[in-house]
Design a protein around this ligand. Structure first.
Ligand code: ZN
Length: 486
């Protein structure tokens, strides 16, 4: 049996295979290899496209040739970290990365395309640390009832619009975004980089449990609901079930895990005071994620939910709007991230009624205490927009960012949505699907950048109208938009 030809690269695709396994093992191995490749475990993403004979990036609008080096000149640089703008520089982009931030006017590399930025501002592409690429732009009734094929096609269209708003990377905090991520990475459709959690994992009756009551009762080990089958949310009611669901998301390629620690605004059957997972259940999830060297983010609003999550070893709190001073102190002591969203009025969500409306009002009130606490305790604070269930609301991604002027200077806001969010993404460690620097413009970083017609450090409102004000949008060294007047 050791003469089996498995793994022999000379073995032609589709061959009959060896006598010992009848070719069956070979085809399984090929399938697993293709799967590993799409999730970035094997170098050379896109190889699978070539193998399929599909045209690479067939419809990537007027995207530039990513192999041609580009030199940007005549700009002021906001590098993501420093408040001050720097001039007198040239930016060399090659192979999808920032090859150099050079002073003066370099001549090389050979064959480079030169772009004179006319004195405008170059900044890193924006990062949204709490986005739902599948749920952002579709009404909840559609998400619960439509053909899943339609849902993915709509999400793909929204992914392109997300990129065209200048968000070159998003952290997806719940939803079946793995296939969309794969299609974007392979160049089949334009969209941002996606750091997927996969299904949000919740308890029976917790935030995200959108099952019809006719699905009850569920018996342990019984058939899963349609919501679970599509990967929108998974129900777990014991430490063992949490481990199972966490491991499934990791198998799908999750870069981090999302557990739900309490109630949520868009789940009208929940209240914000309630707790869901017990501490041992949360800890089971944290351990299963840690075994794969990544982390758990927990959806939590009130102090009790936040404190329980931290006691269980969670490294990032999503939302946290109802936190109090002892909770903020605990977070800073433990080095836990706060991934919070500036909900300031009901304009920031679709119209809500009933308990959802009550929950929203509590969140809006909490926004006004949580941000000052985050500032006072110097919490590691990420920006996210968490837009849901409406194509119109999804367009407010940049407007959500400018809500932060209530508490922060413009340059601090831009840093939060670039370099700081980039630091949070790096928490995925070896499970980071895009290892490399994101959210900064410096040598070696991914070439994700915007050319802004105006100075966003002086006028942050420019990010509210990306169509007009973002003249160039580049991701991975490729220009997806260029309306720079020639
Ligand atoms: Zn969310």
């Amino acid at each position: 049996m050791f003469s089996c030809s498995l793994g022999d690269p000379s073995q032609a695709e589709g061959s009959q295979g060896c006598s010992c396994c009848g070719g069956e093992l070979q085809s399984v191995t090929r399938r697993i290899n293709a799967d590993l490749s799409r999730r970035g475990f094997v170098a050379g993403l896109g190889g699978s496209i070539a193998a399929l004979g599909l045209p690479r990036a067939a419809r990537a609008q007027n995207a530039s040739d990513p192999t041609q080096p580009i030199i940007f000149t005549n700009f002021l640089l906001f590098d993501g970290k420093s408040n001050a703008l720097r001039g007198g520089l040239a930016l060399i982009v090659e192979g999808g990365r920032i090859k150099a931030v050079a002073s003066g006017n370099p001549t090389g590399p050979e064959g480079a395309r030169r772009i004179d930025c006319g004195g405008r501002i170059v900044m890193p592409g924006l990062i949204d640390a709490h986005w739902h690429s599948i749920f952002a732009a579709l009404p909840i009734s559609t998400l619960l009832g439509a053909d899943v094929g339609y849902i993915f096609l709509a999400a793909s269209a929204e992914a392109e619009r997300t990129l065209m708003r200048g968000f070159t990377t998003i952290r997806d905090l719940g939803g079946p975004s793995f296939a969309l991520k794969q299609a974007i990475d392979e160049g089949l459709v334009p969209g941002p980089r996606i750091y997927p959690c996969g299904a949000m994992i919740t308890t029976t009756g917790g935030h995200g449990d959108m099952r019809p009551l006719s699905d009850l009762p569920r018996s342990p080990g019984g058939p899963v609901s349609s919501m679970e089958r599509t990967g929108a949310a998974n129900i777990a009611d014991s430490a063992d079930e949490v481990r199972l669901r966490v491991r499934e998301q990791l198998l799908e390629g999750a870069s981090q895990i999302k557990l739900v620690g309490g109630g949520g605004v868009s789940s009208p059957r929940t209240t914000l005071d309630m707790l869901t997972f017990s501490e041992p259940e949360l800890r089971a999830g944290v351990e299963a994620a840690a075994d794969r060297n990544t982390y758990v983010a927990v959806h939590a609003y009130p102090p009790a939910a936040i404190q329980r999550a931290i006691d269980a070893g969670v490294q990032c709190i999503e939302h946290g709007h109802l936190m109090d001073e002892p909770t903020a102190k605990l977070m800073v002591d433990k080095g836990v991230w706060l991934s919070i969203q500036p909900f300031v009025s009901d304009e920031d969500t679709v119209p809500l009624g009933g308990q959802s409306r009550i929950n929203l009002e509590q969140v809006i009130a909490g926004t006004n205490t949580a941000y000052p606490l985050a500032k006072a305790y110097k919490l590691k604070t990420a920006f996210g927009s968490d837009m849901l269930f409406s194509p119109e609301k999804a367009t407010r991604q940049g407007i959500m960012l400018t809500h932060l002027t209530r508490w922060y200077e413009n340059a601090e806001i831009l840093t939060m949505a670039t370099a700081t969010n980039g630091e949070l993404l790096a928490l995925s460690g070896p499970r980071n699907p895009y290892p490399g620097k994101l959210g900064v413009i410096e040598e070696g970083a991914f070439a994700d950048l915007l050319l802004v017609d105006g100075d966003p450090t002086a006028n942050i409102a420019l990010v509210e109208n990306p169509e007009k004000n973002f003249l160039i949008i580049m991701k991975d060294g490729k220009i997806y938009k260029n309306t720079l007047p020639s």
